[in-house]
Design a protein around this ligand. Sequence first.
Ligand code: G3P
Ligand code: MG
Length: 240
Amino acid sequence: MNQKPVIFAHRGASGTCPENTMAAFRAAAQKGADGIELDVQMTRDGELVIIHDETVNRTTNGRGAIGRMTLDELAQLDAGSWFSPSFAGEKIPTLDEFFKWAAGNKLQINIELKTNKVPYHGIEKQVLDLINAYQMRERIIISSFNFDSIKRVIELDPYIAVAGLIWKIRRDALARAKELGLRALHTQSSYALSGYGREAVNSGMLLRLYTINHPKEWERIRGSGVPVEALITDFPERFR
Ligand code: G3P
Ligand code: MG
C-alpha cells in the first residue's frame, strides 16, 4: 500500500491552475491524477458550488460570502484572473457542472463538505442526491472537518465512502472516528508520523494525506513505514 499511493489532485491541479476551477480539474486528468479533491459550499439560493473559502474574496474578482450570494451573482465572477491572466474567464463551477464533466472519465472524487465554518443546512442530503442522480457513488469519498456533517451523511447513506478530516494533530480524532464507524482519516503528515497516526493505522484506519507537494516529504513518510493509502497534492505530476 505504501509503495504506490492513489494520487488526488488537491482542488484540482491547483499548483498550476486556479484552484477548484474546471481548468484545474481538466489539468488534473491530463497530468495523470487518479482522483480529484474539491470543496463544496452552498449559495443563498441553495445551489452547490465548488470553492474553498466561505467568501469569494480571495479567488475571484468579487467580494461577499457564498451563503449570502445567489448562483447568478457567482456566475458573473472571474475565478481565474487572480491566479494568472491566462486563466481569465474561468468560473466558479457548480457540482452539477463538475459531475457532467466527470461522467466522461473514471477519476475518483473526494468531495470535501465545507461545513466547518458555515453549517449550510441540508448540504449533505443535496450532495448525496446529486451523486445518486449521476450514479457516481462508487467513485466518491465524502470528507469534512465537521464530524457532525459526516455523521449526517452516514445517517442518510450508511454505505457511501466517508472520511474524517483532521487539521494538524487532534487528540480525540481517532476516538471520534471510531464512534462514527469511520474507516478513513484525511490528515497532514504530522499526524501520520505521530503516535496518533500509528494508533489509527493499528486500529484499521486508512490514512490519506494532504497536502503533500514535495516528493521529499513523501519519501520521509514512506521511510517511516506508516501505510498511506493516498496523497492529496497540488502537483499530481510530481508523483506519477
Ligand atoms: O481535503 C483535504 C484538504 O483539502 C483539506 O484542507 O483547507 O485545503 O480544504 P483544505
Ligand atoms: Mg479541501
